[in-house]
Design a protein around this ligand. Structure first.
Ligand code: DGL
Length: 270
């Protein structure tokens, strides 16, 4: 059985793990929530890089992972190249905002993007934005909104604060380009945001498609695993080990609520 390591700053990566569990039920998963260092979106890139390197070393030495999924847009932006360079032979799958799929979907030619400050200001995201604008078959405009605090509100299960911030950032998004046609696709460029999808859908209305990345990332992960990874039939739900660098309750409650899995949470060694 292959072991897949998955990490995020907190519980947001569970939106990717949910898709992985459905796509690869033959695997064993080790999920790390680095909540003692969350949110990543407001941290300097070098700190996020250090955390990503540390977590990957732990996952390799203690859990002998066969593949790594960086279930965090911010950590992917700051660390995926270094992880690949430092861990040759380990398949590393990153997550990035789904700008190109959204460009294919939009009919109005106007796409909204919500992401963390760290992602929005990263060179990797700016390159992705230029390439999505240049590669689109029609003229597409991306309105990009950094959402300070939104991942943290979701992490804390603070529904009132999450709603307030969604209202605020959607208003900012609309204010930034009032002369353009309305957006009809909204990219959720942080893995926490799918857990606010019910609020975003209600606030945006049915004409706006919410675009997230869990399912394509899960398909990509399956594709990079060696073929013998699927030699046996799954005998039940995939084994799942939960690790957290912070208090265990947030991760255990989130896994229960969003994955329907009540699992013990172990401490991630610092
Ligand atoms: N879930 C993360 C992302 O996809 C990070 C959120 C944060 O810690 O700021 O960017």
């Amino acid at each position: 059985m292959k072991t897949i390591g998955v990490f995020d700053s907190g519980v947001g990566g569970l939106s990717v793990l949910r898709a992985l569990l459905a796509e690869i039920p033959e695997a064993r998963f080790v999920y790390v929530s680095d909540s003692a260092h969350a949110p990543y979106g407001a941290r300097p890139p070098s700190e996020v890089l250090d955390r990503a390197l540390h977590i990957t070393r732990q996952l390799r030495s203690d859990h002998a992972i066969d593949a790594l999924v960086v279930a965090c847009n911010t950590a992917t932006a700051h660390a995926v190249d270094a992880l690949r360079a430092g861990h040759a032979g380990l398949p590393v799958v990153g997550v990035e905002p789904a700008l190109k799929p959204a460009a294919l979907m939009t009919r109005t030619g106007h796409v909204g993007v919500l992401a963390t400050t760290g992602t929005v200001h990263s060179g990797r995201f700016q390159r992705l934005l230029s390439s999505a604008e240049a590669g689109a078959s029609q003229r597409v405009h991306f309105s990009v909104q950094a959402c300070e605090g939104l991942a943290d509100a979701i992490e804390c299960f603070d529904e009132a604060r999450t709603r307030r911030l969604c209202v605020h950032y959607l208003a900012e998004l609309h204010r930034s380009n009032p002369d353009l046609p309305p957006i009809d696709a909204l990219v959720l460029g942080c893995t926490h945001y799918p857990f606010a999808a019910h609020l975003l859908a209600e606030l945006c209305g049915p004409a706006v498609a919410l675009v997230e990345t869990g399912a394509p990332v899960a398909r990509r992960t399956r594709a990079v695993l060696p073929l013998d990874a699927f030699a046996h039939e799954p005998a039940g739900p995939a084994p799942l080990l939960l690790l957290s660098s912070g208090p265990p309750d947030a991760l255990s409650n989130a896994a229960d609520r969003w994955l329907g899995r009540r699992e013990p949470v172990n401490a991630l060694p610092f």
